[in-house]
Write a protein that binds this ligand. Structure first.
Ligand code: CP
Length: 306
């Protein structure tokens, strides 16, 4: 089995064995060993982020630096010729014509954009495509969970804006590869998926009940920029669904894990006091994101010595 030349737009076509292989390599990087990596000169990775990003973009750049690879960064959407009217399709064809060894792409994707990405003929990694998926974030999350759980036999609860979350979709695709993982969703009715959309899942309207059910709790940002209507009330949301240290201490198990993919909004979704809770692994998710992205790019570019 080889990951050389692969793309990563969705995790739907991945096997448990391939994920474990990536995590083994991520652990090796985390233990500060680079002896099994060779970076031939001249490999270039193009970065095209058409939506803002802090942790994903920087962690790809840090991963590239640690692998000794070069990057070419298109900058933000407003730095590209798309502001002059060039289409998304033409932009990708232009990048393709420069023959980067890999492209890392973030977009606000509609299905039309996904179809265009699928026509791009060179290796591409999604760094978050609209509400459709964020596979490298899910890999960083699962790698972080793996440091405490065996990636089996646990219940994971997502709290917040499930319907707009690309992170949830990719987490479900990924964690469904592992045995006895159950999914719970908690939030206002309009944020929850239909109860039959995901197998082995449960919807909760009360946060206290949901927290008592879960082994792992992942907070999510309310994605106001993706809400079509103004019906959302931040005050109601904050009262009922904001994760606070008090709610977690009262209702969540002592040996549980608390995650958030970021960015988090302290006033709405995630009380910053939670960062002091020993169950909180949010900073570890960020740290691990670099090692996981190193292992993805090293594997795809064939830098791993056998
Ligand atoms: N988790 C995540 O995608 O964060 P950024 O938008 O900061 O990259």
């Amino acid at each position: 089995m080889s990951l050389i030349g692969r793309s990563l737009v969705t995790l739907k076509n991945w096997s448990q064995k391939e994920v474990q292989e990536l995590f083994f390599l991520s652990s090796t990087f985390k233990n500060n060993s680079h002896s099994h990596i060779s970076s031939p000169p001249g490999k270039v990775v193009a970065l095209a982020f058409f939506e803002p990003s802090t942790r994903t973009k920087l962690s790809f750049q840090m991963a590239l630096g640690r692998l000794g690879l070069m990057s070419s960064d298109l900058g933000t959407l407003s730095d590209s010729s798309m502001v002059k009217g060039e289409s998304f399709s033409e932009t990708l064809k232009t990048i393709e014509a420069m023959e980067p060894d890999l492209m890392v792409l973030r977009t606000n994707s509609s299905q039309g954009e996904i179809d265009i990405i699928n026509q791009y003929s060179r290796p591409v990694i999604s760094a978050g495509c609209g509400p459709l998926g964020h596979p490298t974030q899910a890999l960083a999350d699962a790698f972080t969970i793996r440091e405490s759980y065996n990636l089996q036999n646990f219940k994971i609860l997502f709290v917040g804006d499930i319907n707009h979350s690309r992170v949830v979709r990719s987490n479900i695709n990924l964690l469904s590869l592992f045995p006895n993982v159950e999914f719970g969703f908690c939030g206002p009715k309009e944020f929850l998926p239909p109860s039959d959309q995901f197998p082995h899942s449960k919807n909760f309207s009360h946060l206290e009940e949901a927290l008592s059910w879960a082994d792992i709790c992942m907070g999510l940002r309310v994605q106001l920029e993706r809400h079509a209507s103004a019906s959302f009330s931040p005050e109601d949301y904050k009262k009922n669904y904001r994760l606070t240290a008090d709610k977690l201490n009262k209702h969540f198990k002592k040996e549980g894990l608390i995650l958030h993919p970021g960015p988090h909004i302290p006033e709405v979704d995630f009380d910053p006091q939670i960062f002091n809770d020993p169950r909180c692994v949010v900073r570890k998710q960020v740290t691990n994101g670099v090692f996981v992205r190193m292992s993805i790019m090293a594997s795809f570019l064939g830098l791993v010595k056998r």
